[in-house]
Design a protein around this ligand. Sequence first.
Ligand code: SR1
Ligand code: MG
Length: 399
Amino acid sequence: MSRYYTFNAADAVEYARQFAGVKDPQSLVTADEIGDGNLNLVFKIRDTAGVSRVIVKQALPYVRCVGESWPLTLDRARIEAETLLVHGQFCPQHTVNILHHDAELAVMVQEDLSDHLIWRSELLKGKYYPQAASQLGEYLAQSLFHTSDFYQNAQYKKAEVSRFINPELCQITEDLFFTDPYIVHERNHFDALLQPEVDALRADRPLLLAVAALKQRFLSHAEALLHGDIHSGSIFVAEGKLKAIDAEFGFYGPMGFDLGTAMGNLLLNYCGLPGLVATREAADGREQRLQDLRDLWLSFRERFLQLAADKTQDPALAIAGYAEYFLQQVWHDAVGFCGSELIRRTIGFAHVADLDSIADAAMRADCQRHALSLGQWLIITAPQIDDIEALIARIRQNG
Ligand code: SR1
Ligand code: MG
């Protein structure tokens, strides 16, 4: 008999009093439910002075934004907490701190990040955090290197692959990224103005072949413990600081998926900026996003190569030149996955405010068309784009 029940505000306060590890538990008195994501309940727990002290997060047995008609495993809360604990071991400065978790109640207590803001909301306002992309690269390098075969003992890694098997959440990604946008499916939604572009995309054979290859890599390449959903809404930023949250899609998959998802969200903002802010600001913002793209990849690459040189455990993988060779494949994967994020966020189930919040319908459709054509081009040409400067040059050419 499971102990699971869905928390209300009073339950969340009581839980925080017991498990947050604060020195004055009775001072925790109120909980505001602030969850605005697609899946979970999120309570901000405040003390008698109204100060936010910790977060209590609980999974519901279904997809929150749809309701009980889309059941979803509670095990995602365990996966999320355990993924963040592993990532936090190797990159504590950029991983939200998990103070406590309980798999049966599908609940966790997290550090409060009220002095941070969600990166996507800041990007929508045109606010630039010049260190954020490099910090994200650092997070990805540390978390992915230390959970890969470069660092983990092969038998230990296989046990970890098993601990992080996440079939239901992976299936969401498999469907929403790589299948639904390319067929007629009730989960998709997009403005009728985009129908000609959507029809063309679905008839594009080279694109469909390249998407099939990406899907197969996602399905079958257990390279490292991914965050699994590292978009700009899963990242908190403050001046000089960055923390990743929301890792319920964590599993052992291809490293390029995390990099590509992050890159894709920078480019979704790049595509949306002309509809979000004034012309001058949009031009500056676009340059900043391209710089973010460069900082993200270069900081990831540099740290990964340094870790590989210093800490690779497997003698065969330690051979000079192998880490560079491996990262070239990760790069090509990342470019392709980046393209698939652009497309699925434009015409699939889960959209982003960077495009959908654009008020003017014609401008919104133009920005969405841009995201689609850029995504299409990235997926098809990924194997020929050899480095970050080639990518940036082609993005500029694409408009
Ligand atoms: C049913 S979940 C839809 C999307 O929300 C999450 O944040 C993931 O990005 C997922 O694809
Ligand atoms: Mg999420």
